[in-house]
Design a protein around this ligand. Structure first.
Ligand code: URA
Length: 236
């Protein structure tokens, strides 16, 4: 049995304070009757909770899509620097979320945060690494020779062999889409350095079926929809 305010705030849609207000205004129904209070205990597997007439899914796990801005660490805590967890409200921070994979501090874009450890493990397992697509900007235009080098599988300066990757130059070639099937440390920056260029900007657009929501500005987040959770293999 869990508290109503905990269950509703863990969806990421309301803070506990907002739940309290919603309950006070009689806008929350638990099994068809107005909730007695935010502390009311419910069985998340059985209870039917509605807010303003809409049935709310009470999920076991929390899945959050964050548009990571440049300048924050993909970590759960750090003594000195801001982390992606610092961008979330306290009710979500308390859910024990961790980023699934990392983006460099100066990288932006799609970051999935969840407390579904099994899913994170599956998404990151080298054997079934899901495709990740990035938009990059470079200091010189990239062209067909760079795309061929990516496609043939590059070897980095320290001898690390990379799987074949896709590089699609856009427009004048200073921007490109990169698709990776693995995730090595600073991989794109190192591959681009191997081509004698450097990355000025890097933004992740997608990870498997999960696509960065265009309505999310850098620093903004939203819970995944049930469909998104199912498609990436989580528990909706
Ligand atoms: N490759 C990089 O070099 N950096 C990232 O943040 C992601 C992929």
């Amino acid at each position: 049995m869990e508290r109503l305010d905990k269950l509703l705030s863990s969806t990421g849609r309301w803070s506990r304070r907002e739940v309290k207000q919603l309950v006070k205004e009689g806008r929350v129904l638990a099994d068809g009757v107005p909730a007695a209070g935010p502390e009311q205990k419910l069985d998340p597997e059985r209870a039917c909770v509605q807010v303003d007439g809409e049935t709310v899914e009470l999920r076991e796990f929390t899945y959050v899509m964050l548009h990571k801005p440049a300048g924050v660490l993909s970590a759960t805590e750090d003594a000195r620097q801001r982390t992606v967890l610092d961008l979330l409200p306290p009710e979500l921070r308390r859910r024990g979320l961790s980023p699934v994979g990392r983006l460099d501090k100066d990288s932006e874009g799609l970051l999935l945060l969840t407390n579904d450890g099994a899913l994170a493990h599956r998404l990151l397992a080298p054997k079934r690494h899901v495709d990740k697509v990035y938009l990059i900007r470079t200091d010189r235009p990239l062209g067909p020779a760079d795309a061929e080098a990516f496609a043939s599988g590059m070897t980095l300066e320290d001898g690390t062999a990379c799987l074949p990757a896709k590089l699609e130059p856009l427009g004048d070639g200073r921007e490109a889409l990169v698709t990776l099937h693995e995730g090595k440390f600073h991989q794109i920056k190192r591959m681009i350095a191997g081509r004698g260029a450097s990355v000025c900007r890097l933004k992740r657009l997608s990870m498997g079926t999960l696509v960065l929501d265009k309505n999310l500005a850098p620093g903004e987040f939203r819970p995944l929809t049930g469909e998104e959770v199912s498609k990436i293999g989580g528990k909706p």
